[in-house]
Every structure is written in structure tokens, then in C-alpha cells.
Design a protein around this ligand. Structure first.
Ligand SMILES: Nc1ncnc2c1ncn2[C@@H]1O[C@H](COP(=O)(O)OP(=O)(O)OP(=O)(O)O)[C@@H](O)[C@H]1O
Ligand SMILES: [Mg+2]
Length: 258
């Protein structure tokens, strides 16, 4: 077995409780290099919590997480992260490329790098996300999709091996959403980066996703989108009747699912 066969992420019997409430219960998951995994589930299911556990921002109640063979700890520049509800309001006057440069901050990798080198790294990643044309524009002038591209560039600046994205498609219209998905898929494939992608809608991801992790009511299911997003499995996870209809290459989930 060579090194690339080792899992990037290994989650064993992971449980997380807060205030006596069970958020995650006995979750098991092994992720290999280069996989693209979508994380789905209703509001409050624990999707963001799961990413925070991987980042070492919070600790499991029980069970273990191994990331690149180690227990999670904060400040790991092998992980890129775009948080949910990223507030750009406070930096609206800044130029797009400054946002990307922030990816170096608080991070040993960028510390001490000469400015010229930083600038060339920023330009390289701006090119990768097709953001050169608006690199000098103030953030306030950019669309939601353009801002999202910058946040992706910011997370990629340290060349992470694992990329965690928490609902990067919220607030985007369907065509911008599919543009962002294609961009993320292309960039991560060419860099051999493993992806965990939290989303409320699997449809924009159907062409790129390898497996789906579905969380609901402390329960979980992992597998291909076709196997996991079914009437039977979602009815079991939600504990109430759910209908899954597949038509015209799309998946529609009907029931009390928010
Ligand atoms: N610091 C905290 N104190 C108390 N409860 C918390 C805290 N952080 C998270 N929770 C609770 O844990 C549950 C899971 O939250 P989490 O943010 O992981 O859900 P989510 O699946 O990401 O939901 P959403 O789709 O709304 O983003 C929620 O019920 C939330 O209220
Ligand atoms: Mg969340």
C-alpha cells in the first residue's frame, strides 16, 4: 500500500453533543485523496459542526477524527476552508486581490515570504479562478459569484490538500451556482485536492460528486447520490415520509425537509 492509499480523513464512531443535544451520533467515514464529497442535510443537522470538528475548532464528545493521520488541530494549512455566511461587508472597500492575499494571514506558510513572491502567488491563484479581470475592483462592485471565486482563491493560496466548503452556493442563481461548481471541480482535480462540500441542493453537483454524506436527526448515510438520496433512506433519516423523485437528470426531494 503506497502513501496515496492512506485516507485523507478517517472518522470513527464520531459523536458530538451540545447542551445535552445529540448533533452527530456514531458517524463513520473514510475519505481518500481526490474524492469529492457533498454533505447534505436539513438546517441544524450538524453539517457546519462536522467541518468545525475536522478543523479542530471544536472537539468530539466521543469517537475519533484523523486528518492526514493526525488529530485535528487549528492552523493546519493543509486544509482550505470557506466558512458559511462569510461576511465581506467589513472589507467592501478593499480590492479583490487583497482579499486573496488575506489567505496568507495568520498562517506560517505565508509568514516571512517576500512581497514579490506573495504577489505572484496571488496572481497565479486569481488566474486559476478566472478573477484577473476584476482583481483591482473593490469588493463592493462584484457579484455574488465573483465574490465566491475570490473566497475560493483565498482558501487555495496555501495549496491545501483538503478543501472544506460550507454552502458556497447559497445566494447564487442556478447558472452562477453551476459555474462555481465547475470551477471548484476543475481546480481541485488539477491540484488533486479532496473536497467536502456542504450544500442544500445536490443538483448542481450531480456531475462532479463521488459520494454524498447525508446528515439528519443525528443519523447519517454515506454512498453515491443515487443510493443515498432515495425515498426509503431519506424517510428513515428524517423519521417522516419523504418522496424522492428523479426526472430529467435532476433529484427532487419532497416532504418536511428544511
Ligand atoms: N455554540 C453552540 N451552542 C449551542 N448550540 C449550537 C452551537 N453551535 C451549533 N449549535 C447547534 O448545533 C446544531 C447543528 O448546527 P450546525 O450549524 O452544524 O447545523 P447545519 O447543518 O450547518 O445547519 P444549516 O443548514 O442551518 O447551516 C444546531 O441545532 C445548532 O443550533
Ligand atoms: Mg451550516
Amino acid at each position: 500500500m503506497n502513501e496515496s492509499d492512506n485516507p485523507i480523513l478517517e472518522v470513527k464512531n464520531l459523536s458530538y453533543q451540545i447542551g445535552g443535544r445529540v448533533i452527530l451520533n456514531n458517524l463513520n467515514l473514510t475519505v481518500r485523496q481526490g474524492e469529492f464529497i457533498a454533505i447534505l442535510g436539513p438546517n441544524g443537522a450538524g453539517k457546519s459542526t462536522f467541518l468545525k470538528l475536522i478543523l479542530g475548532l471544536i472537539k468530539p464528545t466521543s469517537g475519533t477524527i484523523q486528518i492526514f493521520g493526525n488529530t485535528p488541530k487549528t492552523g493546519n494549512n493543509q486544509i482550505g476552508y470557506t466558512p458559511q455566511h462569510r461576511e465581506l461587508e467589513s472589507v467592501l472597500a478593499l480590492r479583490a486581490k487583497d482579499i486573496v492575499g488575506f489567505g496568507f494571514d495568520g498562517n506560517k506558510w505565508g509568514f516571512g515570504l517576500p512581497n514579490k513572491r506573495k504577489e505572484s502567488e496571488v496572481n497565479k491563484v486569481l488566474k486559476e479562478v478566472n478573477a484577473i479581470s476584476f482583481a483591482e475592483s473593490p469588493i463592493s462592485k462584484l457579484s455574488g459569484g465573483e465574490q465566491q471565486r475570490l473566497l475560493i482563491a483565498q482558501a487555495l493560496i496555501t495549496s491545501p490538500k483538503l478543501f472544506l466548503l460550507d454552502e458556497p452556493l447559497s445566494n447564487l442563481d442556478p447558472s452562477s451556482a453551476s459555474e462555481i461548481v465547475n470551477l471548484i471541480s476543475g481546480v481541485t482535480k488539477s491540484r488533486a485536492v479532496t473536497v467536502l462540500f456542504v450544500t442544500h441542493d445536490i443538483n448542481p453537483l450531480l456531475g462532479v460528486v463521488d459520494r454524498v454524506l447525508y446528515l439528519a436527526n443525528g443519523k447519517s448515510e454515506i454512498g453515491s447520490a443515487d443510493k443515498v438520496i432515495t425515498t426509503e433512506i431519506l424517510t428513515k433519516l428524517y423519521g417522516s415520509p419523504i418522496d424522492v423523485i428523479k426526472a430529467r437528470g435532476k433529484i427532487c426531494v419532497i416532504g418536511e425537509v428544511s
